[in-house]
Write a protein that binds this ligand. Structure first.
Ligand SMILES: Cc1cc2nc3c(=O)[nH]c(=O)nc-3n(C[C@H](O)[C@H](O)[C@H](O)COP(=O)(O)OP(=O)(O)OC[C@H]3O[C@@H](n4cnc5c(N)ncnc54)[C@H](O)[C@@H]3O)c2cc1C
Length: 392
């Protein structure tokens, strides 16, 4: 392990939330890679967006809000080509943003643990970049006289470990790394394939398959629309009735009610409610047409899985064949590496107000709860950077 460097702030995550915080820290004249360090485990820029499926176009995503300072680069998601894959546009814009503001994100660096080291917090992380074969390993192999073929085999990866001591921590790790799948009887014996939203790459993977899509949000609806002409059979189930809105897009009023619900849960340390339970689902023209032709009609949740079938009991009894079950059932905040800090309450969440963790004044959660949208994450930057500067 290399000897720990010491900085004022470590930002974990270079998605919308982390980049926004970094932008304001720089504005307050902190120097990137000296006063503050950004760590991200992904191979390139783009935050969670770089992992999303290609058919998710900028025009079919909800609105992607600009990062603060983006106008300085002459960029805006509002004027980007809506037909391009969202993953490409966002990765490209974030990449230019990082370069323009010289943010020097260290990647691919996976933070394993943050521990309390008295005055400082210690951030332990590993370098996920492919590492060259170490000389010492080559020699050891030679010493044991192994055959040449074996000698050329790649060594077991040696992952370099690092540590940074920091005065403040901004955790901006999003949710993509923590997919949520609810438990249903028979799941582990399912004869087909389970897949979460985060594993979906291409509708063609499901050609001629019988697919069951679980979930009541826009991801589930998007999968239904994409699979309509591809799958051999398609069943949509939702754990709660779909709350269709009479509008084509999310309005500000609906969104602010959802944000208030998230804020209330975060401030009282409760587990965060699902976003869609607060917003409802807008009926775009494409979605309305899907409802009219009977595609977008959700059945209630099935009761159990049996072999290659999902089964309903009681009044709605019946079954549907399933080669694949796609769980579009959401995500949870990705906070495992913060476990040693004991921030989590018995009530299931972390108590967070204005982005600050109430159990440790050195820790900030950017993009958490009410900030979990591109607009909320952008706003988080200024709010959090100001608080840190006041304490430095
Ligand atoms: C399918 C889907 C569609 C969405 N569509 C929209 C939309 O249209 N509009 C909108 O406003 N919001 C949308 N959202 C929500 C949106 O993704 C977020 O609000 C926003 O982009 C999240 O930004 P973030 O910075 O908080 O997280 P992320 O973009 O997830 O960034 C987190 C970063 O942290 C890194 N990281 C995680 N853990 C570690 C670790 N241990 N060590 C190092 N690095 C780590 C990751 O590599 C990642 O780069 C969508 C979400 C989903 C799941």
């Amino acid at each position: 392990m290399t000897s720990p460097e010491r900085v004022k702030v470590v930002v974990i995550g270079a998605g919308q939330a982390g980049l926004s915080v970094a932008f304001y820290l720089r504005r307050f004249e902190l120097v990137a890679d000296e006063d503050f360090v950004m760590l991200d485990r992904a191979p390139g820029p783009g935050g969670a967006w770089q992992h999303r499926w290609s058919s998710l176009r900028l025009g079919t995503a909800h609105r992607v809000n600009d990062l603060p300072g983006m106008t300085e680069l002459g960029l805006s998601f509002d004027t980007a080509d809506r037909n391009l894959p969202a993953k490409e546009v966002v990765a490209d814009y974030y990449s230019r943003f990082e370069e323009h503001f010289d943010l020097r994100v260290r990647r691919p660096m996976n933070v394993r643990q943050v521990v309390n080291a008295g005055v400082d917090l210690l951030v332990r992380y590993e370098d996920l970049a492919p590492q060259p074969l170490l000389e010492v390993q080559k020699e050891a192999r030679g010493l044991f006289g192994r055959r040449r073929k074996t000698f050329e085999e790649p060594a077991a990866p040696v992952v370099p470990q690092h540590e940074i001591a920091t005065q403040f921590l901004v955790n901006a790790t999003g949710t993509w790394g923590s997919p949520f799948v609810p438990y249903y009887p028979g799941m582990t014996e399912f004869a087909g394939r389970h897949l979460h939203t985060s594993d979906f790459t291409d509708a063609e993977d499901f050609r001629d398959k019988h697919v069951v899509v679980v979930g009541g949000g826009t991801s589930a609806i998007g999968f239904m629309l994409e699979l309509e002409d591809v799958a051999a059979g398609l069943t949509w189930v939702s754990r709660r009735p779909i709350d269709w809105l009479d509008r084509q897009e999310l309005d500000l009023e609906g969104a602010s009610a959802a944000v208030a619900m998230q804020d209330e849960a975060a401030r009282s340390g409760r587990a965060l409610p699902s976003i869609v339970s607060g917003t409802g689902v807008p009926r775009s023209r494409r979605i309305s047409a899907g409802i009219e032709r009977g595609l977008l009609v959700a059945r209630p949740m099935f009761d159990r899985i049996e072999g290659d079938r999902v089964v309903w009991q009681g009044e709605d009894s019946g079954l549907a064949r399933a080669d694949v079950i796609i769980w579009a059932t959401g995500f949870r905040p990705d906070l495992r590496h913060l476990a040693p800090l004991k921030l989590r309450e018995k009530t299931g969440g972390v108590t967070v107000g204005q982005g600050a963790a109430w159990n440790d004044p050195r820790v900030f959660l950017a993009g958490y709860g009410p900030q979990a949208s591109t607009i909320g994450a952008s706003r988080a930057g200024r709010m959090i950077a100001r608080q840190i500067m006041a304490m430095l």
